[in-house]
Design a protein around this ligand. Structure first.
Ligand code: AQP
Length: 332
């Protein structure tokens, strides 16, 4: 019996700080769980990080840290290529070609641009152009599926619009990708403020559960998480965003249904809920931390992985860029 060819998955994370449980539950955990079904291309999107000011030494360190965390979280090099975006120049080159077919209004409408630019005194052109670079990342690899957290859904939709527009103007060039969003954990909120997304660039104690935080820090942040005074355990994101966030984290970790979780916690108070969530988080992160720290003993290893990953994906990217160049009339 012949099997249909495997489809391709692409996703990436910015090396903009310490990865947190939102990055894990919204993205990496699902990449690892589904990796055997697809050809996977996972990137550390360092060019995206440059859209906001970065300390060069810190950025360099962070790129390696993200790559090691990909592996520590379970990505298997038999199924996945892992590489750094800036090591494949085709990403930047395709971005320019796509810029020239992307109406400015499409970019000005992006909610992440509006949020991030509102926090800056002066905004780089790169911050506005971020979604076009993301579109180039994805369609360069003939990607079918893009597994991301909820916050990136709008950017993947824009990617589809850009690919369709290019195909309509210049002939079939790009695969139009679909987004994959997990059922639980797609939007983990800050523990200090459950109305705002947990974010790695918010460096405030008690905001994020960082993947490399020691168990006592994780526990403390969860025990201090903002809840409410209703003393009711329910999946109610409007009236009880703090409790909902803890239940959502627990559900994404355990894979249990809402009914199972409510049965487990009904009658107990918030203290018990927090304690159980903390235990589940620590039990999930401890083996990841152990693998990460072992890998960090040999810095040469991750350099080899990144070099091999770039070598593996370069031909795919160059082939698709060449098709785009030919269709635009740049090459024969
Ligand atoms: N809070 C979250 N809940 C669920 N998923 C999340 N992701 C990010 N935050 C959450 C998912 O993680 C992947 C990597 O995201 P990114 O680094 O490309 O940028 P981001 O979405 O802007 O993530 P951060 O952590 O908030 O970083 P900063 O602070 O640098 O902007 C994506 O799949 C994202 O959906």
């Amino acid at each position: 019996m012949t099997h249909p060819p495997k489809k391709r998955v692409f996703s990436g994370i910015q090396p903009t700080g310490n990865l947190h449980i939102g990055n894990y539950l919204g993205a990496i955990k699902n990449w690892a769980q589904e990796q055997h079904k697809y050809h996977n291309v996972f990137c550390i999107v360092d060019l995206h990080a440059l859209t906001l000011p970065q300390d060069p030494a810190e950025l360099y360190r962070s790129i390696r840290q993200v790559a090691m965390l990909y592996l520590a979280c379970g990505l298997d090099l038999e199924h996945c290529a892992i590489f750094v975006q800036s090591h494949i120049p085709a990403h930047a080159e395709l971005t320019w070609l796509l810029n020239c077919v992307t109406p400015l209004g499409w970019l000005e409408r992006m909610t992440q641009y509006k949020d991030k630019s509102a926090k800056q005194e002066s905004v780089s052109t790169g911050l506005l152009d971020y979604p076009v670079l993301m579109a180039a990342d994805i369609i360069l690899y003939d990607t079918h599926y893009v597994p991301v957290g909820e916050d990136q859904k709008q950017h993947v939709e824009l990617t589809r619009d850009i690919a369709i527009r290019f195909n309509n103007l210049y002939g079939e060039t790009f695969v139009v990708p679909d987004v994959l969003i997990p059922k639980a954990g797609a939007r983990v909120m800050g523990l200090d403020d459950p109305t705002a997304k947990m974010s790695k660039s918010i460096d405030k104690q008690g905001h994020a559960l960082r993947l490399l935080d020691p168990p006592n820090v994780l526990k403390k942040s969860i025990m201090r998480a903002t809840t409410d005074s209703l003393n009711r355990i329910a999946f109610d994101p409007v009236e009880q965003p703090g409790v909902f966030n803890l239940l959502n984290i627990y559900q994404a970790i355990t894979g249990q249904s809402e009914a199972q979780i409510l049965a487990e916690f009904s009658g107990g108070g918030y203290g018990n809920l927090k304690k159980r969530v903390a235990e589940a988080v620590v039990a999930t992160l401890e083996p990841i931390q152990q693998r990460y720290h072992e890998m960090a003993q040999d810095p040469g290893y991750i350099e080899q992985v990144l070099q091999a990953g770039a070598d593996r994906v370069r031909p795919i990217a160059e082939r698709r860029l060449l098709v785009a160049q030919k269709n635009l009339g740049l090459r024969k």
